[in-house]
Design a protein around this ligand. Sequence first.
Ligand SMILES: [Zn+2]
Ligand SMILES: [Zn+2]
Length: 443
Amino acid sequence: MTGQFYHKTMKKRVFRKSFILLLFIMGTVLSGFSVDKKTAFRIERAISENLQEIIRLRRFIHMNPELSNREFQTARAVAAKLMSLELEVKTGVAKTGVVALLRGEQPGFTVAIRADMDALPIQEMTSVPFKSLNPGVMHACGHDVHTAIGVGTAVVLNTLKDRIHGSVKFIFQPAEEGAPFGEEGGADLMIKEGVLENPSVGAIFGLHVWPQPLGNVYFSPGSIMASSDWFRVAIKGKSAHGARPHEGKDAIAIAAQTIVSLQSIISRSINPTDPAVLTIGKIYGGTKSNIIADEVTFEGTVRTFNEITRNRIRTMMEDIIRGTTQSFRMNYTFEYTMGSPSVYNHPELAKIMSPTLEKLLGRQHVKSLAPQMVAEDFAYYCRKIPGFFLLLGVKSPQIDRMAPLHSPYFIPDESCIPLGIKVMCHLILDCLEKQKLLEENPF
Ligand SMILES: [Zn+2]
Ligand SMILES: [Zn+2]
């Protein structure tokens, strides 16, 4: 470790500690504050002046969806708009990521907003006029909307530089849905490539569209989304004639026993008040109905909210797989990959931001969120710095039921875009404003 590196690391730590300390104090003394009326009006005006262009951008991205780590055209469109605003723009971060820095006219901390850009391998079945032109690829998780909200927030805040105390970093991230097999990508790689440094980011904001009524936002302090791990198990037996099982080792029978036993980890060994899921979503093996299968492979996912439970499940899985196969003199392989950790809303940041949202949207539209077993790689940022992640209702009032995320019929109501921009602008300005007030009037 060089002296310079050590010095920089210490500086970063001191900075982060002081930001977290600020959050605690802000939560205690400034929790009722929000942006002034004049600024709120300027936000509204900038949104309405730029909305058409932002909607056009969203539709362009929706029509040209790109899979994880292949967001070339999307990144180009995003970078072009950010460059036209004369922000400090970096491209090619974590493969196709784009990062832009907006420096306010007043000194202060840096906060970040993150939007993800990738689409899914799904054939779009909606009949919207801007339907995907890329066969088998669709923005079925709303990342086109997130990207549009991210760009819109940059456009609006760029008109408010005089009101910004500090800087805002805009992070457009590839591969939230997971990098292709054998590749790195997503939030983890963005962090490795230094997205939270230069300048050091004090807190980060993010949102996800959610198939609940438009006008509502959903969040809670603490863990709101689960960690997500992948595993693959191969049970290795010996083939024989189907009529002479005693001469073989039946991988199908032992795989079946193993699978039943694995489910007992959740039902019998994990505290029922500590949510956890173990799902086996894929199984394959055998060649013919009258041949004893020599190998069966199954794959699945484990979801949890805390690291102790996560590690305990992994250990117990291997114990069960080893024990079951050994008792029938069979072999196995067990692969387990830790995916994103759980999304953790920093409690103090959530406490500070809650009144901002209530004042902006009305208390009845700010809903608390029960922990969700779905995962989001925003979690990686939350492990490094205070993070605030909310869900944005996108179900149009005209429909009763909305297709869920990852459905080929998923259609978010576009009115969520101006609302999302407004929410993000208020959260960011308010966060920076509060830290400035505190520095000027230390308690
Ligand atoms: Zn998704
Ligand atoms: Zn998503």
